[in-house]
Write a protein that binds this ligand. Structure first.
Ligand code: NAP
Length: 494
């Protein structure tokens, strides 16, 4: 049985999409597993006029939607711990109502003053709400913990992120702030550390002497859908690269932490990001390319999607080359790409090793195939696992090598038991473990890198649209690697 964690949640944006689709089902899983129990209570708030029972019904529906049986005794007990206060977060005077209700429920459920403030709402409210939590006395003062969970996006450039962070810092210390990056809750992203630091066979080769390049692909099949209002202001660089991709890259590039502790891991991630080369204008223009999807049959191009300006220059695709100026990685590029309306929805990491310096099996005169590179592929989603491509002799007459794969995939029975990212992340918040959250320094270095690309892009007019939906992006994404005499490991027809 899991260790029970006492906690009172204050859920801002309690009627929103994220809370309903992800947070309540995840909390219920934690409740079923015993991580949350008799000392768990949640106070929800938004502007909607609801009483406790109506709110419980909202939560119940969200469980049903997630495939849970919500008519059981256990579900009823869980739902009985949900309360609601109608509140507009801009109404300073009204925070006293939230405070009084929090204090009452804390006593009733003996939550020991352990408070988790979850801001599941639009980012413009993050700073002000965090401020009011402090100034209006919502934090507990009896020795329990006060933790703030912040959704993305964390700023839209370094300046705005710093402003937000300064605002948050007035109310919460860095170790009380949990900046969500849900990619860090994914099974195989968490597995990067196990693979690297649990295996001599990998970690001893994990450097520029043996690795030729590393490729990170986050592909989405859907277009912008109903998120155009947000997305058009953001674009792929801000929406995916600054946070998810930079986090993945820092886990791949970092040195071994002294211990498996959040503080040690953050130290190493920050060191890696500090050695990431921030490009000058010429380098940024050469090493990053952008794209926007065109039309496809009846499907409109990006500029003709609902709520997208007809002259939008927002990128729906980005590919780039990242260079670390440090002893481990100098000369070994990290290629990254992400985009909408690509050939599939998947996330994968391909670590391409150098080929043997001498290929003694190559007999060009007899047309034998040269050795392939060893490739470690980490499949993040939809299927989770990894595969190591090695060269072996095939069993045909003569002597011919061919690539074979050692593959480990988490089977369906196990992947059904794998906690959803939000469940893991909520569990980490309850434990006070910041390993799988972005620290301010990481966010700051990522923005500084990304801002420079944005600045250079803003100097010129892109030639959009430039890629066909359901491809792997514009031709320039392939040229980026061809120029370096390389190719993407995953390409269409693969
Ligand atoms: P949403 O569906 O628009 O929900 C926003 C919530 O905030 C609603 O409960 C809304 O209720 C409440 N709200 C809005 N204005 C308010 C005000 N002035 N005072 C009090 N409550 C107010 O947004 P969401 O999709 O859940 O997203 C929440 C956060 O999660 C955002 O930061 C988003 O970027 C992030 N996120 C979402 C997803 C996702 O899948 N949805 C994924 C990743 C990150 P009322 O209108 O009734 O007040």
């Amino acid at each position: 049985m899991a260790t029970e964690r006492d906690a009172e949640f204050l859920m801002f944006g309690a009627t929103g999409d994220l809370a309903k689709r992800k947070l309540y089902p995840s909390l219920y899983n934690l409740y079923q597993k015993g991580t949350l129990g008799t000392h768990f209570v949640l106070l929800g708030t938004s502007r909607a006029k609801l009483n406790d029972d109506e709110f419980r019904d909202v939560v119940k529906q969200s469980l049903v939607h997630a495939g849970e049986k919500a008519d059981t005794k256990e579900a009823a007990e869980f739902l009985s711990r949900f309360y609601y206060v109608q509140h507009d977060v801009t109404d300073k005077a009204h925070y006293s109502v939230l405070r009084d209700r929090l204090n009452e429920l804390d006593k009733k459920y003996k939550a020991n003053g352990n408070r988790i403030f979850y801001l599941s709402m639009a980012p413009q409210f993050f700073g002000p709400v965090a401020g009011y939590i402090k100034t209006e006395g919502l934090q507990s003062t009896n020795g329990g913990f006060n933790r703030l969970v912040i959704e993305k996006p964390f700023g839209r450039d370094f300046e705005s992120a710093k402003k937000l962070n300064d605002e948050l810092s007035k109310s919460f210390d860095e170790n009380q702030i949990f900046r969500i990056d849900h990619y860090l809750g994914k099974e195989m992203i968490q597995n990067i550390m196990a693979l690297r630091f649990g295996n001599t066979v990998l970690e001893s080769l994990w450097n520029n002497r043996y690795i030729d390049n590393i490729q990170v692909t986050l592909a989405e099949k859907l277009g912008v859908e109903e998120r155009a209002g947000y997305y058009d202001n953001s674009g792929a660089l801000r929406d995916m690269v600054q946070n998810h991709i930079m986090q993945i890259v820092s886990l791949l590039a970092m040195e071994q932490p002294v211990a498996f502790l959040d503080s040690d891991i953050r130290t190493e991630k920050v060191k890696a990001l500090r050695s990431l080369r921030v490009y000058d204008v010429a380098e940024a223009a050469t090493n990053f390319i952008r794209g926007q999807y065109g039309s496809y049959g009846d499907e409109p191009d990006y500029r003709h999607e609902d709520d997208v300006p007809r002259d939008s220059n927002t990128e729906t695709f980005v590919a780039g080359k990242l260079l670390f100026d440090n002893y481990r990685w100098s000369g070994t590029p990290f290629y990254i790409r992400t985009g909408k309306k690509l050939a599939g929805k998947f996330t994968r990491i391909d670590v391409v090793f150098k080929k043997p310096l001498v290929d003694i099996f190559a007999f060009p005169q007899s047309g034998e195939k040269p050795l392939s590179a060893n490739v470690l592929t980490i499949f993040v989603e939809p299927n989770a696992g990894f595969s190591l491509q090695l060269n072996a002799k095939n069993n045909e007459p003569g002597f011919q090598t061919e690539p074979v794969n050692l593959t480990y995939m988490i089977d369906q029975a196990h992947s059904d038991q794998t906690p959803e990212p939000y469940e893991r992340l909520l569990h980490d918040v309850l434990k006070g473990d910041g390993t799988n959250f972005s620290s301010w320094s990481e966010v700051a270095y990522s923005w500084k890198f990304v801002d420079q690309i944005r600045r250079v892009w803003d100097l010129s007019e892109p030639d959009f649209p430039n890629y066909t939906p359901y491809s792997m992006g514009p031709a320039s994404a392939h040229e980026l690697l061809e120029r370096d005499h390389r190719e993407w490991v995953y390409h269409l027809n693969h």
